[in-house]
Design a protein around this ligand. Structure first.
Ligand code: RB5
Length: 149
């Protein structure tokens, strides 16, 4: 199953680098744009597209990039089934999956550099949800809240 990726103009250049690197490493990638650097584009368009791709089961995980990561994370989490977070440290990029079943990693291209982004994405993609009972119990509470919203 592919990895879905999206970025606005703030993350466009980093996205191009990451897509090329993931594909060179043999990963299937669904690039949901932006297709060109357009300073007038809007991060929710790409965030919602990636979040829907993951939540509807067409992608295993998602990676979103905007300038800070903030806007894309806020927008992605409006989609039921999306669990998106900015992680600019390796511990959180892996632990967010292992404990919280995070399915979308969000990066701020104006905050971190290319090499850190690569390491963070590797940590995110290699991590698995442990499904230990305490983590599953907490996730169930999040899912119940989402159902009731
Ligand atoms: C775009 O200029 C910028 O606001 C956007 O990429 C992001 O940082 C929003 O959170």
């Amino acid at each position: 199953m592919p990895i879905a990726i999206g970025a606005d103009h703030g993350g466009f250049s980093l996205k191009q680098d990451i897509v090329a690197r993931l594909r060179a490493g043999g990963r299937e990638v669904t690039d949901l744009g932006a297709p060109i650097l357009d300073p007038a584009d809007d991060y929710p368009d790409f965030a919602l597209a990636v979040a829907r791709e993951v939540a509807e089961g067409r992608a295993e995980r998602g990676v979103l990039i905007c300038g800070s990561g903030v806007g894309a994370a806020i927008a992605a989490n409006k989609v039921k089934g999306a669990r998106a977070s900015i992680c600019h440290d390796c511990y959180s990029a892996a632990q967010g999956v292992e404990h919280d079943d995070m399915n979308i990693l969000v990066l701020g291209a104006r905050v971190i550099g290319t090499e850190l982004a690569r390491v963070l994405i590797d940590a995110f993609l290699q991590a698995k949800f442990t499904a230990e009972s305490r983590h599953q119990r907490r996730l169930n509470k999040v899912l119940a809240a989402e159902r009731d919203a």
